[in-house]
Design a protein around this ligand. Structure first.
Ligand SMILES: Nc1ncnc2c1ncn2[C@@H]1O[C@H](COP(=O)(O)OP(=O)(O)OP(=O)(O)O)[C@@H](O)[C@H]1O
Length: 253
């Protein structure tokens, strides 16, 4: 990953929940305007690592984190940046779509409000976020309807719209398609590919085909460590490590 501009990175990361060490000496970097997949067997620490980048463990009293997390040159854990500022710059989309029990419009408007976006600008931003998320045509006449009446796939695209409305630099996605049918999954994958023109994306996925379809880069983790990272094609077609080869060939997982 040497010649690309690195947008997000971590070095020397160790993380414990209580006495249990879950991340061990992690070093990773995510290039700008690329999609990187984090893969590895269940429990290897993918979600835990992803969550570090937008300070999701701050409120877990039993989590202890060591190491450095950088967005460009900004240390994401430095006192000069608040959690709200971190999350505005590093957005996150979760496994299960989690719209607020409010209208489609309010779901996006809320984040704009709490981030002091002037009311006169909000409607335009909401429209373009819905367009960017391939949802506008399906909801443009129903913006006042409850978001919970949307299908699962539409709700997930709304959650992505809510994230992009704040113009983050990075979007973290934690298994965003695992609750979706193949058609909705296809739409989200098309969307991910489109969004990479503007955002740096890191996606946790269990689905090897998905990693190969959407990700330029892949990081393979095992038991809390990064085993191998590189171009997705190399990781799947010519892995350097036997563990990686066994995993991507489906021998365990
Ligand atoms: N808040 C927490 N408190 C204690 N242990 C936790 C917490 N969150 C995760 N863990 C543990 O940390 C380890 C890594 O979990 P994590 O969810 O990061 O793995 P993962 O690779 O994302 O797994 P999966 O693919 O199943 O989602 C697991 O052993 C899990 O039980």
């Amino acid at each position: 990953m040497s010649e690309e501009k690195i947008k997000l990175s971590a070095a020397g990361v160790n993380l414990w929940f209580g006495n249990k060490q879950v991340l061990k000496q992690i070093g990773v970097s995510f290039p700008e305007n690329k999609v990187t997949a984090l893969i590895g067997p269940s429990g290897c620490g993918k979600s835990t690592l992803l969550r570090c980048f937008n300070r999701m463990h701050d409120l877990s009293p039993d989590a202890k984190i060591e190491g450095q997390f950088l967005l460009g040159k900004q240390d994401l854990y430095n006192r000069d940046i608040s959690v709200t500022q971190v999350r505005r710059r590093v957005g996150m989309v979760f496994q299960k779509a989690n719209p607020f029990p409010k209208s489609i419009y309010e779901n996006i408007n809320y984040g704009l409000k709490i981030n002091d976006v002037p009311p006169s600008e909000r409607l335009g931003i909401i429209e373009s976020a819905l367009k960017e998320s391939f949802l506008w045509d399906e909801v443009k006449d129903d913006l006042k309807k409850p978001a919970t009446r949307l299908s699962g796939g539409q709700q997930q695209r709304l959650c992505i719209a809510r994230t992009v409305a704040l113009r983050p630099e990075v979007i973290l996605m934690d298994e965003p398609c695992s609750a979706l049918d193949p058609i909705s999954t296809g739409k989200i994958e098309d969307l991910i590919r489109k969004l990479q023109d503007q955002y740096t994306i890191v996606i946790v996925t269990h689905n090897m085909q998905q990693a190969q379809r959407v990700a330029d880069k892949t990081v393979f983790m095992y038991l809390g460590e990064v085993v191998e990272a590189g171009n997705t094609k190399d990781i799947f077609d010519h892995p350097q490590q036997e563990l990686t080869a066994n995993y991507v060939r489906g021998h365990f997982g």
